[in-house]
Ligand binder design. Sequence first.
Ligand SMILES: C[S@@+](CC[C@H](N)C(=O)[O-])C[C@H]1O[C@@H](n2cnc3c(N)ncnc32)[C@H](O)[C@@H]1O
Length: 302
Amino acid sequence: MGHAAVAPLPAAPFFQTEHGSAFQMDAVEFLQSLADESVDLVVTSPPYDGQPKYQKGDVYDRAWYRDKFMAVTAELLRVLKPDGNFVLNYRSRRYNKERGTIQYELVFWLREQGWLFAEDFIWGKPSPPPGRFNQCLKDAVEYCFQFAKSGSFRFFPENCLLPARWDKKDRERRLRLPQNHVRVNEPSGHGRIRVKAAVEMARPSNLLIAEPEFGKNPAHHPARFPVTLPDFFIRLMTSSAEDLVVDPFGGTGTTAVAAERLGRRWMVSEILPSYCETMRERLQEETRQPSLAISERVVTAP
Ligand SMILES: C[S@@+](CC[C@H](N)C(=O)[O-])C[C@H]1O[C@@H](n2cnc3c(N)ncnc32)[C@H](O)[C@@H]1O
């Protein structure tokens, strides 16, 4: 494996693929074994508060986020490269009539820890889990908070272009924009202004529309995100096959699947052996699939 030569592996991996390694380990222990400033992107989704326990002894209450989760992010701050990004997918649950506030507290705690709060992407789910409640509606959104170490974080929106709205008025407007033209020198020596290729594509917005994960769920994992989510952030925030993507709360390996398909190096940790096993089977099966077609990717409003 290419990356084994770049840095020593933290422990014996649970399994490896062409591009990455999965470790059955506690997130903090896993990160402690990585070198300073060695990671390009972290995409992760920690346990939700009130989630039935994944592991005996862990209760995902406010104190768990304040202590355990912040110990994980302290390590992330150390292992991330100076221009790296950390995407945190999270949503506090409701407590009776009130929406939980840990999602907002986390932003303030992380800023105190030294992170720059770069953006709050909203993941909107067109078909949220069904339910009928008295004084609230179906929950169809989650946050994907983007944190960085400085304002010079890596960012490649041109890797995430989407078909632009393309009615007659919009087409005329786009054709007038100076950035949509190039000057081409003809063999005659005359210069000519041409409309750029792919002018019909536009940068995405920070509203990410993606269906929740409906695929088969052999380990009955209660909280997986769709491959489209890490796929979007890996394209937006990394650019080369050398870039290393990490997920310390690996679950069933969704971040690993996205990184593998995009040909990025990846490393994930997951504490429960049953999820590691599911991850292994999933990587084996899914790496045989071709890369995601654009229509399967996060559909955002340009
Ligand atoms: C919300 S899930 C992640 C789901 C994942 N994004 C996916 O799509 O499958 C959080 C995961 O963190 C794992 N976990 C909980 N505590 C952990 C710890 N201390 N170290 C590593 N993993 C942990 C849980 O077992 C669970 O699978």
